[in-house]
Design a protein around this ligand. Structure first.
Ligand code: TYD
Length: 135
């Protein structure tokens, strides 16, 4: 459920010349990363996501700028404002998500537990709700 999806504080290695944050399998990230992708040049007012995943686990970082992630498990919704590269949102399998309010120049960095497969997507919200009731 969305109750198990939370912000994880990442370690920041700081000095006068800037910051470094490191992501490593099974340490800061609670799964084996199989894929990394990032959203960028998102036009003002655009919304991304709008789908669920059956199996996929994700770790999302606002590498630059800010945006809001809305998580929905069919029962509850949770809103996360991400604007800090030293924080990540962990998303469990089976959650519906939307990403809204992208700031200009923002970069949404996503680490994912599986390679891309359209079969893992649920793109229809009613179908998502039906699937949740069957669980
Ligand atoms: P989608 O996941 O629907 O985008 P978002 O949730 O950010 O709105 O993906 C958009 C398009 O990109 C879709 O045609 C599938 C393609 N795509 C890949 O080919 N590989 C990938 O790893 C991802 C994430 C998307």
């Amino acid at each position: 459920s969305v109750k198990d999806c939370n912000i994880i504080n990442l370690t920041k290695i700081h000095n006068q010349a800037g910051n470094i944050t490191v992501l490593e399998n099974n340490k800061s990230i609670p799964f084996q990363v199989k894929r990394v992708y990032y959203l960028y040049d998102v036009p003002m007012g655009s919304e991304r996501g709008g789908h669920g995943h059956y199996q996929l686990e994700q770790f999302i970082v606002a590498a630059s700028g800010s945006f809001t992630i809305v998580l929905d498990d069919g029962k509850d919704k949770k809103y996360f404002f991400l604007n800090n590269p030293s924080e990540a949102l962990y998303i469990k399998p089976g959650i519906w998500r939307e990403i809204i309010n992208f700031s200009s120049g923002s970069i949404c960095l996503v680490l994912a537990s599986q390679e891309y497969s359209e079969k893992d997507y649920i793109r229809d919200y009613d179908k998502y709700l039906q699937w949740k009731l069957l669980k």
